[in-house]
Each structure stands twice: as structure tokens, then as C-alpha cells.
Write a protein that binds this ligand. Structure first.
Ligand code: PLP
Length: 389
């Protein structure tokens, strides 16, 4: 047996691994479990994208190494997509980096820009992989609390001068996992000013960019004046096109950050399988009907879930984007973990305890809109039978 490196020992424990274990135990006992705890899209990749992939696989030139840093056709498609969807100009040769999913980019960026001990501002609650990226860069994390009273947007004025002076990088994510909050133009404007004034690089994780409700389309950080001077945006095909298993995403924006990402990747990979790159380009350049349909599906599920939970007396707020709802833990429970365990054991309903997303996640649980409306209503009925509200 070989000992793991000290670096690996510093990585945060995979909080949700223990939840999966508990869930599997209940399933093994023969119970019908409704799993609202995960973030894995339940719908298949749209047919036209699968067909594009099938055709691409047949092309012998795609069986060779793809060009380092990816195919020009995909980078051009990404530029076309950003221009068409957000009115943002992207130079495909210097402002795009192809990624093995958004997660890869989020973990790589700190290693590209930071030296040991540098400070990263990370949202709390937030997507746990941000922490891993910070640790792998041997950097230091300072949290930006996201609280309901501030619409789950960080309050830059509440950060201490000392923290702000040391910060080199900041991660933001809207529509937000886990809170379901969306950003406003004013907030992004404030962010550009704050980042510029303090020499902080912004990484905006736009993983849920395609999912916004009540007729409000999520805005891209790069739509903000000056955004490209202070940061990048990371986009993924996983949620917008139900391509989570395909492992492809991209970063766009500030050329110096893009160059750093590309340089790191030069030493690690060649690039994503060419046929996947072709299918991804096809997804971006085709009519976006599938995206609109997906958005409508999640909105309908959200409406059903929120209504069903309100009807049983649970005082829940509707998310404005992403496919998650962020729900308060009832008073009689000590912690989000206790409540989550209770629901699993007594209703066979899985929710993700808020503490798994950070200290400020305590007091909430995250519920995914990744199953049918019938199952969402069934979950509400099972919870109703527990007489908690
Ligand atoms: N960012 C957020 C907030 C996420 O929730 C996820 C996936 O769950 C990702 C990034 C990573 O997505 P992927 O690596 O599949 O592109």
C-alpha cells in the first residue's frame, strides 16, 4: 500500500458520499425512495445532438488526436453562441478554453492563477468542488455568506479590509446552486467595480445559465460592461443540453486567464474527444427549442413542488433559476442533517442537508427538480403524513 500525498490529505471530505450510503441502505431494505437530493439531470440528451455525435464518430479524422486546445469550429461556435444569446463578442482564438466539463475548469483556475497562501473568496453556501480547487492550489478560502435577507448575493461591504486586500480570486455562481437565486445586472456591475478596485479575478460559474423562471432569462456576467477585463465565465453543456455524462464545457472571457487555463491543460490533456466537440458545436448552433422545452419542464416542476409544499404548510420560497429549491428546516429539528435523516428514514424522501454546502447552508435543505411532477407531489404527500407543519 502506498501512502497518499499530503496534498490529497488536505482535500475536503466528500460530504454527500455518506448520504449516498444511507440512501442505498434504505433502498436495499426494499423501500421506494424518492431521491430529491442529487443534481443529476433526469432527461436524455436531445436526439439531434446524439445524432450529430453518431455521425461524428464515423469520421476517421476524429479518431486521431484532436488539436491541442480543441477544434477551431467549436471555439467559433462558442463565439457565435455568446453573440447570439448574450450580445457578447468573444474572440475564438484568445478568449475561449475548452474544458472537460465545468468542474474541470473550476478546479483548474485556482491552480492557474494562485500561489500558495493566496486568498480566494468563495460563496457559502456553494458548490463543494470550489473548495477542492482552492485546496489543490494550496490557496486559502474566505467565505462570502449568501443569506436570504440579501437575496443570496454576497455583500462586498461586509468583507474585512484585510481579506479583501489578500484576495486574488473570487468565485460566483448564478443561477445559484444550492439557493436557486439569480443575479441582477446591478449586482454584476457592482462586482466588476469591486473586482477592478481590488485587483481580484472573477470566475462566474454559469452552469445553470439556461434555467430561469417567470420569464426572466439568467444574465451572463460577460454582459456587464468591463466584465471581460476582470474575469471569465464558465459554461457547461451538462445542464443546458442534458449532457452531464459527456464531460464538456468551456471558459470564455479575459484572455490572460484563458491563456493560463490553456497552458495548464497543455500539460495535462490534448483535448476533449473530437466527436464530442462536433456534437457540442452542433448543440450551440442548432435552434434552441430543446433548451426552451427543458426550461419549461423545470418551471412546471418548480410550480408543482412549491404549491404542493405550501399546501402542506411548509413556508417555502420559489427559486428563480437553476433546478434546485432551497427550503428552510422546520424549527423542531436541530440541524439540516437531522431533518434530512428524518425524512429519509420516515418518508423515504432524500433531500440534501444544507450544511453540505457550507456553514451558512445550515438551516436549509436542497431539493432537486429532477423527477416527475407525480413523484414531487408524492414526496409532499409523504412529508405531509409526518405532521411536521
Ligand atoms: N457548477 C455547479 C454550480 C454545478 O452544480 C455543477 C454540477 O453539478 C457544475 C458546476 C459542474 O458541471 P459539469 O462539470 O458537469 O460541467
Amino acid at each position: 500500500t502506498f501512502k497518499q500525498s499530503q496534498l490529497l490529505e488536505t482535500l475536503p471530505k466528500q460530504f454527500f458520499a455518506s448520504l449516498v450510503e444511507k440512501v442505498n441502505k434504505i433502498i436495499a431494505q426494499g423501500h421506494d425512495v424518492i431521491n430529491l437530493g442529487q443534481g443529476n439531470p433526469d432527461q436524455p440528451t436531445p436526439d439531434h445532438i446524439v445524432k450529430a455525435m453518431q455521425n461524428a464518430v464515423e469520421k476517421p479524422q476524429f479518431h486521431k488526436y484532436s488539436p491541442f486546445r480543441g477544434h477551431t469550429f467549436l471555439k467559433e461556435a462558442i463565439a457565435t453562441f455568446y453573440k447570439r444569446e448574450y450580445g457578447v463578442e468573444i474572440d475564438p482564438s484568445t478568449e475561449v478554453s475548452i474544458l472537460f466539463g465545468g468542474k474541470a475548469g473550476l478546479v483548474e483556475v485556482p491552480q492557474c492563477l494562485l500561489n500558495p497562501g493566496d486568498v480566494v473568496l468563495v460563496p457559502d453556501p456553494g458548490y463543494p468542488d470550489y473548495w477542492s480547487g482552492v485546496e489543490l492550489a494550496r490557496a486559502k478560502m474566505e467565505v462570502m455568506p449568501l443569506i436570504r435577507e440579501k437575496h443570496f448575493l454576497p455583500d462586498y461591504n461586509s468583507l474585512t479590509k484585510e481579506v479583501v486586500e489578500k484576495a486574488k480570486l473570487m468565485i460566483l455562481n448564478y443561477p445559484n446552486n444550492p439557493t436557486g437565486a439569480t443575479a441582477t445586472e446591478e449586482f454584476f456591475e457592482e462586482t466588476v467595480g469591486f473586482a477592478r478596485g481590488n485587483d481580484i479575478c472573477v470566475v462566474h460559474d454559469f452552469a445553470y445559465g439556461a434555467i430561469g423562471f417567470d420569464g426572466k432569462r439568467p444574465i451572463s456576467f460577460l454582459q456587464t460592461k468591463g466584465a471581460k477585463e476582470v474575469g471569465i465565465e464558465i459554461y457547461t453543456f451538462s445542464k443546458s443540453y442534458n449532457m452531464a455524462g459527456w464531460r464538456i464545457g468551456f471558459a470564455v472571457g479575459n484572455p490572460s486567464v484563458i491563456e493560463a487555463l490553456n497552458l495548464l491543460q497543455d500539460h495535462m490533456y490534448v483535448s476533449v474527444f473530437s466527436a464530442i466537440q462536433e456534437a457540442a458545436a452542433h448543440a450551440l448552433l442548432s435552434p434552441q427549442t430543446c433548451v426552451a422545452e427543458l426550461n419549461a419542464l423545470y418551471e412546471s416542476r418548480r410550480n408543482t413542488l412549491i404549491q404542493a409544499f405550501r399546501e402542506i404548510g411548509w413556508d417555502v420560497t420559489a427559486p428563480s433559476g437553476s433546478f434546485f429549491a432551497w427550503l428552510p428546516v422546520p424549527n423542531q429539528f436541530e440541524s439540516s442533517q437531522d431533518f434530512s435523516d428524518y425524512l429519509l428514514e420516515n418518508a423515504h424522501v432524500v433531500v440534501a442537508p444544507g450544511i453540505g454546502f457550507g456553514e451558512y447552508g445550515e438551516g436549509y435543505v436542497r431539493v432537486g427538480l429532477l423527477t416527475s411532477e407525480e413523484r414531487l407531489v408524492e414526496a409532499a404527500n409523504r412529508i405531509k403524513a409526518l405532521n411536521l407543519f
